[in-house]
Design a protein around this ligand. Structure first.
Ligand SMILES: [Zn+2]
Ligand SMILES: [Zn+2]
Length: 103
């Protein structure tokens, strides 16, 4: 017998109406949440971890929290985006680790 199972993230859209993206200005930002599911034969059967909701733009990928604050990916820290390369960085950074620009 072949058992194909595992845990994987699944993205869920929490709102059907888009919001205005603060980065590109288009109304293509949606409130989403990434939950972790236990799946069997590629079918999610059980939600094992509920993620924090966030707003993600489908067009440019810009991520903010519900109130529009930008967060560094995977952290609760407020973030800024690099004016040169656009990378999302933690707010306390003085230099961009991606392109070296002074922030
Ligand atoms: Zn955008
Ligand atoms: Zn940069």
């Amino acid at each position: 017998m072949i058992f194909i199972g595992g845990v994987g993230p699944r993205r869920k859209k929490l709102e059907s109406h888009p919001r205005i993206c603060s980065n590109c200005g288009l109304s293509q930002a949606y409130l989403v949440r990434t939950d972790n599911y236990l799946s069997l034969f590629f079918i999610p059967i059980l939600r094992i971890r509920k993620g924090q909701p966030f707003v993600e733009c489908e067009r440019c990928g810009h991520v903010t929290d519900e109130s529009g604050q930008v967060h560094a990916p995977g952290t609760d820290l407020l973030a800024i985006s690099c004016h040169r390369c656009g990378e999302i960085l933690e707010k306390h950074f003085r230099y961009c680790p991606h392109c070296g620009a002074e922030l």
